[in-house]
Design a protein around this ligand. Structure first.
Ligand SMILES: [Zn+2]
Length: 247
């Protein structure tokens, strides 16, 4: 099993979390860096563990302080062999931690970087669906909607062949709309993630989340889709390998 989105650097014991994940059958983890320093740490972790790969970006929450130098540094880091995607990047009008113009500027810059380096882009969008869709209108590279929580975006995602990645919130009893969305995503576009240490799935809800828990999201998705968990697991692995060009 693979966890396609975790923030290992936000855990106190990332190396142990990698080992616990492997014990649970989660042998590959994509860890996400959210600013240049965090991207360096994420890449170091990826270089230490065969099964760990890095998604490198500047998160919309920190877009307000991101400089041109940061973007140049990010470009260099993204050229490393273990860097498999740009992001997470996008727009967050819910928290609004960074001025909206800065969020747009940093998002556009990362879309350009991804095109130049031919990497997929992992998208964070919150309370900004229409503006996110507008920003992506002209983007022709591979897109992953991470922590999918916007059923409203699903028709566009399906039409444009984007990957849709479900996180622990899809397991919550009230998340009927997310599980319905999961039944509408074609088999070759579905992904699963933890977004650890956030959003622990239902059986461990409220606890600190970690990559081993992706099995709970997988189980909920399989049940919603009426598929065998082992079959969906293989399918998601294959999708991730293709999406992120994993070895
Ligand atoms: Zn994330």
């Amino acid at each position: 099993m693979i966890d396609t989105h975790a923030h290992l650097t936000a855990l106190d014991d990332p190396d142990d979390a990698v080992a616990r994940a492997a014990d649970a059958g989660v042998t590959r983890i994509l860890t996400v860096g959210t600013d240049v320093d965090d991207c360096r740490r994420s890449l170091e972790l990826a270089e230490r563990h065969d099964g760990v790969f890095a998604i490198l970006g500047i998160h919309p929450h920190v877009a307000g302080t991101a400089t041109t130098e940061d973007l140049a540094a990010l470009r260099d880091l993204l050229a490393c062999p273990k860097a498999v995607a740009a992001g997470e990047t996008g727009l967050d009008w819910y928290r609004d931690y960074a001025p909206r113009d800065d969020q747009r500027r940093i998002f556009d810059a990362q879309l350009e970087l991804a095109m130049e380096l031919e990497k997929p882009v992992v998208i964070h969008t919150r309370a900004a669906d229409d503006d996110t869709l507008a920003a992506l209108a002209a983007h022709t590279g591979t897109i992953v909607l991470h922590c999918f929580s916007s059923p409203h975006m699903l028709p566009t995602a399906l039409e444009r062949d984007w990957y849709v990645s479900f996180a622990g919130n899809a397991t919550f009893p009230k998340a009927v709309d997310l599980r319905l969305a999961a039944t509408q995503v074609p088999a070759e576009r579905i992904l699963a993630e933890t977004d650890s240490p956030y959003l622990a799935p239902q059986p461990v809800r409220g606890l600190r989340n970690e990559p081993a828990n992706v099995v709970h999201t997988l189980a909920a998705l399989a049940q919603a889709r009426g598929e065998e968990p082992t079959e969906l697991e293989r399918r998601i692995e294959r999708n991730a390998v293709e999406c992120f060009s994993l070895p």
